[in-house]
Design a protein around this ligand. Structure first.
Ligand code: FPP
Length: 243
């Protein structure tokens, strides 16, 4: 029987996902790793649609990390090609689902045509009022923090910001995720329990959920399980809710 959301559940506003297990999914089927990434790309489409239907407002997916460049050259280039075609197809998908897409990470290291497709997708979808979808691409939490620190130092030097004004809120506005609330729930598929340099600042108070399922197999039911888990967790933000 298909699983259902319980109407009494609180729906997390922002869900971040580390999509792990594409390689193992392919290996289990005797396929090349790239087929796992391709199937993973299809899962991205379904999960974005389902998430929005469930009432999730923001989704941030880790598509390519600053460390992923060290993978074999053919895998990196297959991933880049997959992302290249995704950025193009996504323009139509974003229009259909009213999805607003933003890429976080340092895109300056990507090929010029991919950078251009990203700009087009962001521009074309910027007025959409549906799911706010962030794709982390050439993203690393430490890299993001350092870029933010450098940019903030520049503004302090130029007198645009006073040192005394630096607060967590002001610092957040220098991150790639400026204007986006911190994730309420992080899901990492495939049973691994690490955050692998993802959203280091933003995950400070996030609930973590580590299902065993491999990303290409991640389904609507798995997302419902994740929301159920989120609902049994107690979020205290360092305070005390009962004594
Ligand atoms: C980790 O699995 C997955 C990645 C490094 C890439 C994730 C990318 C996609 C799902 C492609 C499409 C993305 C978008 C936004 C369209 P792994 O290769 O480390 O798997 P393994 O641990 O089983 O080897």
């Amino acid at each position: 029987m298909a699983k259902k959301l319980d109407p009494s559940w609180k729906i997390p506003e922002h869900v971040a996902i580390i999509m792990d297990g594409n390689g193992r999914w392919a290996k289990k089927r005797g396929l090349p790793r790239n087929m796992g990434h391709r199937q993973g790309g299809k899962t991205v489409e379904t999960i974005c649609e389902e998430a929005y239907r469930m009432g999730i407002k923001y989704m941030t997916l880790y598509a390519f990390s600053t460390e992923n460049w060290s993978r074999p050259e053919d895998e990196v280039s297959a991933l880049m090609n997959l992302l290249r075609s995704y950025m193009k197809d996504c323009v139509k998908q974003a229009e259909k689902n009213k999805m607003r897409v933003k890429v976080i990470g340092d895109i300056s290291r990507l090929d010029a045509d991919l950078q251009e497709s990203i700009r087009v997708l962001e521009k074309e979808s910027e007025k959409n009022t549906g799911l706010r979808f962030q794709i982390a691409l050439n993203y690393g939490g430490r890299d993001e923090l350092l870029r933010a620190v450098k940019s903030l130092c520049g503004d302090v030097k130029e007198g645009k910001v006073l040192e005394a004004e630096i607060s967590p809120e002001l610092f957040s506005s220098y991150l790639d995720t400026a204007g986006i609330p911190d994730p309420d729930l992080l899901i990492r598929t495939s049973g691994e329990q690490r955050i692998s340099n993802f959203l280091l600042w933003q995950l400070a108070y996030t609930e973590f959920y580590f299902p065993d399922v491999l990303w290409p197999d991640f389904s609507k039911d798995d997302l419902i399980d994740a929301i159920a888990y989120y609902n049994i967790r107690e979020r205290r933000y360092g305070g005390v809710t009962h004594v």
